[in-house]
Design a protein around this ligand. Structure first.
Ligand code: 5GP
Length: 188
């Protein structure tokens, strides 16, 4: 997606350890016009796929996910990083955070992720795939079906994309970063 790639090259910043900072248009300040284009691109790429629900993980996945849900006119559910005492029929799984380098338990209510659901998972980044594997576990626990996974940015020098595609998951990434070494952003 050209507009996104251009924006990453223009405003993205490299950090130690293969981290790309896009906090001026995705992760902190957000650009809703670009986010709308991103969502439309996901809608085009998953056209014809059976989907009745968009699922993401808080916090940075929520913006692209709700735009996709708005265009597709479908409900959006976000996996929570803190377990509310009041959540009914809670499903949980453990995810290792790439950016924070720690494990945490995430949860979703079985009321909103059910055996009837055909899920499109949307997230900001695909790195080692830990968040996605956690999502796959939650989908399995719920008896739901995974229809596809859409990432705004995939870092191809990490393993997540390979792991998910080898599992047969329909993965669509709108910008694929080949390399971030020497603080130079190389996009496919
Ligand atoms: P994974 O679970 O695939 O290893 O990492 C995905 C999650 O880690 C994303 O939801 C995102 O929040 C965070 N993440 C991974 N790599 C980066 C990065 O280079 N930059 C930013 N801003 N977040 C990242």
């Amino acid at each position: 997606m050209d507009a996104l790639k251009k924006r990453i090259l223009q405003d993205g910043k490299c950090f130690e350890g293969g981290i790309l900072k896009v906090d001026s248009f995705i992760n902190h300040q957000m650009d809703p016009m670009l986010m709308h284009q991103i969502a439309q691109e996901f809608v085009n790429r998953f056209k014809g796929v059976k989907i009745n629900k968009i699922v993401t993980i808080e916090a940075s996945g929520i913006a692209p996910a709700i735009m996709v849900g708005f265009i597709m006119q479908l409900p959006v559910v976000f996996v929570k990083k803190k377990q509310p005492k009041t959540m009914e029929n809670m499903l949980t799984t453990t995810v290792h955070s790439f950016t924070k380098d720690r494990d945490y338990t995430v949860c979703i209510s079985n009321n909103f992720l059910t055996a009837e659901d055909h899920v499109l998972f949307v997230d900001d980044f695909l790195a080692n795939g830990n968040a996605s594997l956690g999502m796959i576990d939650l989908i399995k626990q719920a008896g739901a079906t995974l229809s596809g996974m859409g990432f705004v940015i995939e870092k191809a020098f990490q393993n997540g994309g390979k792991i998910l595609r080898e599992k047969g998951v329909h993965v669509e990434s709108l910008a694929i970063i080949e390399d971030l070494s020497n603080c130079e952003i190389k996009i496919r």
